[in-house]
Ligand binder design. Structure first.
Ligand code: TYM
Length: 337
């Protein structure tokens, strides 16, 4: 069997980028024969960026409901909260002890923070916590603990998965005694949607505040968000270039190949942006509306979601607990007798 694993940080409301970059491909992979899947709420990761407990709680609920509404089958998939798995921080420490500091110096999130500080003439590490600095080690523990082969993600996570491979490889080399303790994971990326653009054309991201929420705001909110996608100023009747337009990329992420070529051809022939937006709204609404209905229903029953997550945590720990015991033994932390 092959293992597929992915997680979403619980700091905001799920958006179209999370859906096409992670949720949709992960659920599709979980339906393949011979695949065992582990999907989780990365709530320890949320603490790195967010010190508002209410926001984290709300986001955990929303992201859990989103996975379930999107069609995750809780019988097939192990679905859990990161913070319910104490083996994860434990493995994080074992990996921290073999991870070169220089590797972490190169991590995108940390480098972005030091670049901003450098530009402002501040101390490079101003405002940088150890959580942010060693973020990729926690993520490596998430992945390696379950020996995931495939990790469906958007492009922004690829570096982290490569770092997880590095750490796994080093650990295998130091402690495996010729055996592969860890499977080395690979990122699974869908090229066309690896970086879905947001309202302003930059990567759709909670930190840029340019997201289109999947369910938040309902059908009306979706329509309003689409209306705010930036386009060029060409008028109806003028030919438009579909390449590189955020609106078109979002459209294509949800369209069949036939729908894509028809949309591109119509734009080249002068379809107005207003009408193009209406077509995008119809396309999105057709796919999102049935999920939104389930989402609203689930959000009204947090107790059901809690039950699902606890069941998932128990299932995940049946894998994690014996494996961590093996890892502890491998590094020299076995019981005396
Ligand atoms: P996060 O919460 O930022 O994003 C969750 C997933 O959504 C993808 N994504 C996108 N994909 C395409 N276009 C976009 N604009 C876009 N924005 C977000 C992300 O690539 C990601 O797949 N560190 C991770 C969470 C995590 C994790 C893990 C992932 C923790 N442990 C282990 C995989 C395996 C994160 O913050 O993702």
């Amino acid at each position: 069997t092959e293992r597929v694993l992915t997680g979403i940080t619980t700091t905001g409301t799920p958006h179209l980028g999370n859906y096409v970059g992670a949720i949709r491909p992960a659920i599709a992979a979980s339906r393949e024969p011979g695949v065992e899947s582990f999907f989780f709420l990365a709530d320890y990761h949320a603490l790195i960026k967010c010190d508002d407990p209410a926001r984290i709680e709300r986001s955990r609920l929303e992201i859990a409901a989103t996975w379930l509404a999107a069609g995750l089958d809780t019988e097939r998939v192990t679905f859990y909260r990161q913070s319910d798995i104490p083996e994860t921080p434990e493995l994080t420490w074992l990996l921290t002890c073999v991870c070169a500091k220089g590797l972490m110096n190169r991590a995108h999130a940390y480098k972005a923070a030091t670049d901003v500080n450098a530009a402002a003439g501040e101390d490079l590490d101003a405002g940088v916590t150890m959580g942010l600095f060693s973020y990729p080690i926690l993520m490596a523990a998430d992945i390696l603990l379950f020996n995931a082969h495939r990790v469906p993600v958007g492009r922004d996570q690829v570096q982290h998965i490569e770092m997880a491979r590095d750490m796994g490889q080093r650990f295998n080399h130091l402690f495996g005694q010729g055996r592969e303790l860890f499977v080395l994971p690979r990122a699974e990326i869908e090229e066309e949607v690896a970086t879905l653009p947001g309202l302003d054309g930059r990567k759709m991201s909670k930190s840029y505040d340019n997201t289109i929420p999947l369910f938040g705001g309902g059908a009306k909110g979706l329509k309003e968000a689409v209306a705010r996608i930036v386009t060029d100023s060409r008028l109806p009747g003028e030919p438009k270039d579909p390449e590189g337009a955020a609106l078109v990329t979002v459209h294509d992420a949800f369209a069949t190949p036939e729908q894509r070529s028809a949309f591109h051809a119509d734009l080249r022939a002068g379809l107005g942006w207003g009408e193009a937006k209406q077509r995008l709204v119809n396309l999105l609404e057709g796919q999102i509306a049935p999920m939104r209905e389930r989402y609203v229903e689930l959000m009204a029953h947090p107790e059901r979601i809690e039950e699902v997550l606890q069941h998932g945590a128990a299932k995940a720990r049946r894998v994690a607990t014996p494996f961590l015991a093996e890892l502890r033994a491998a590094v020299g932390l076995r019981p005396m007798l």
